[in-house]
Write a new protein. Structure first.
Length: 501
């Protein structure tokens, strides 16, 4: 087994180069070349027809909405849009592709030579902007889904048999391929994550895909190679179908550590695909690519070339929404926050959540406080993204409102967040079910206060001597007696009244 080294140790001898291939399933109503529905989660093999099953005599027809979405994606990524391009047949024999070839684009893609600027968090709390070059954005059709049954890994090796669902075959798929990303050093894993996150945000803002990584509508293949500084790029590996932002970063990190260990031991890197394992963050070999596979590309004879009218492209350019980077700059000015505060929101993936919370009626200061405080800690503890906590912007706005009304204090609000995230209902339902409403009734408070005064004679004496800060001990005793549900400000007022201060 290869001895692993730390990333910092690897970087003293090697320079990483990364490349990312991101597949985005488009949210069209029908498939790329036929009229079958694209709804996720249908019964296996119920959303198919002769065209997407590749039956003899069936002919494909290009989905105009998919072409339009791809052009808008290319424009958002600063690409050149081809005035003429065509589809090709990518031939390979595997049961997930019923035709034994995939209709894709080869040497003549629709979009080329773009870039995306991404903000990468730094250890000191700041950030750095890295420009990632886009080599191409091309269209193709997705494959079917294989389920390998039996065995310990869920992969084909060791399985008893495999099942195939062709519902996904033929769904419009756009592949976004970066140019090699160099010069990032130890930031390489963070750059990979930030790039996929930024790409996901753009696709969501364009409305071209739901980009749900957990459902496979956005998938990333991460390429990594190492070489001593100043030397030609090393042999790359390709970790396939990584399906979360955290996993993209972990996969790149692991490959840097693994490859450095292999090279340190005098070995050589095998050009291969690799599988990422979510449970332990490791990668294992897939299939060897020591010799480039010959897919025998040739132009698709059943489809006409695509020649977008430049006037149509200009018209589509006018439909682009405010993109995430521009929106964030506008929000920073609107909210009046510092670069550091905005970087913190971006790094936490909280900008859109705070924006939605403000839109739901909360003050932006309260929205930032809760998303960047209690909720960020909870997300970190669970190892999930903020948006995956089970707490919505509307929930945060309502809890902030309850705090503002004096129904909750911060401590009780944290318990309400806990209940909402656990699926116990809306904030109001959690408050009612757990009995968390703040106690502000003077009769109840005075009963607890009198007990606390009787038990803290020393503090009472100090208060009467003018040392009002000693009130903290008595207020604390009341808070304990009421399980933290007393209105501390009202308790203080009643205490000073009781003692004639």
């Amino acid at each position: 087994m290869t001895a692993m080294v730390t990333v910092d140790d690897a970087l003293t001898r090697y320079e990483p180069v990364i490349g990312l291939e991101v597949h985005v399933e488009l949210g069209t109503v029908s498939k790329m070349f036929c009229g079958c529905p694209t709804t996720f989660g249908g019964e296996p093999n119920t959303q198919v027809c002769p065209v997407c099953l590749g039956l003899p005599g069936s002919l494909p027809v290009v989905n105009r909405a998919a072409i339009e979405s791809t052009i808008r994606m290319g424009l958002a990524l600063n690409c050149d849009i081809a005035e003429w391009c065509r589809f090709a047949r990518k031939n390979y024999f595997y049961p997930d592709m019923p035709k034994d070839y995939q209709i894709s684009q080869y040497d003549e893609p629709l979009c080329t030579d773009g870039y995306l600027d991404v903000t990468v968090p730094l250890a000191d709390g700041g950030s750095e902007v890295v420009r990632v070059g886009i080599e191409r954005v091309h269209m193709e059709e997705d494959t079917g889904k294989l389920t390998h049954t039996g065995g310990a890994t869920g992969r084909i090796h060791g399985a008893d048999y495999s099942l195939v669902d062709y519902n996904r075959a033929g769904i419009p798929l756009v592949e976004i391929v970066t140019k090699p990303v160099t010069g990032t050093g130890g930031l390489a894993p963070a750059v990979a994550r930030a790039y996929v996150a930024a790409l996901r945000d753009i696709m969501r803002s364009l409305g071209v895909s739901d980009v749900r990584m957990e459902e496979g509508s956005l998938r990333c293949d991460a390429n990594v190679s190492l070489a001593p500084p100043g030397q030609p790029w090393g042999t790359r590996t390709e970790t396939k179908n990584v399906n979360s932002l955290r996993s993209v970063e972990r996969a790149v990190t692991f490959e840097i550590r693994r490859q450095a260990g292999v090279l340190d031991a005098g070995g050589h890197i095998v050009q291969e695909t690799r599988h990422f394992h979510e449970d332990d963050g490791t990668t294992t070999p897939g299939r060897s690519k020591e010799e480039a596979e010959d897919y025998r590309y040739f132009p698709e004879p059943d489809l006409l070339p695509v020649a977008p009218d430049p006037a149509w492209v200009d018209e589509l350019r006018t439909t682009l929404p405010e993109l995430p980077a521009a929106r964030r700059a506008r929000l920073q000015e609107q909210w009046g926050i510092s670069d550091f505060d905005m970087d913190s929101l971006i790094n936490a993936g909280a900008v859109e959540l705070v924006e939605a919370t403000v839109a739901a009626g909360a003050d932006q200061g309260a929205a930032r406080k809760w998303w960047m405080g209690e909720l960020s800690r909870a997300a970190k503890d669970r190892g999930v993204e903020l948006a995956e906590l089970g707490v919505t912007p509307a929930d945060v706005a309502r809890i902030a409102d309850l705090v503002g009304q004096g129904t909750l204090n911060d401590k009780l609000a944290r318990l309400v967040f806990e209940g909402v995230a656990a699926g116990e209902g809306s904030p109001d339902e959690v408050v009612a079910a757990r009995g968390l409403e703040l106690v502000s009734d003077d009769t109840a408070l005075l009963a607890a206060l009198d007990d606390a005064i009787a038990a803290n004679e020393d503090a009472v004496a100090k208060i009467r001597d003018g040392k009002v800060q000693a009130a903290g001990a008595i207020i604390g005793a009341v808070m304990k007696a009421t399980r933290g549900q007393a209105d501390a400000a009202r308790v203080r007022e009643l205490l000073l009244e009781r003692l004639g201060e």
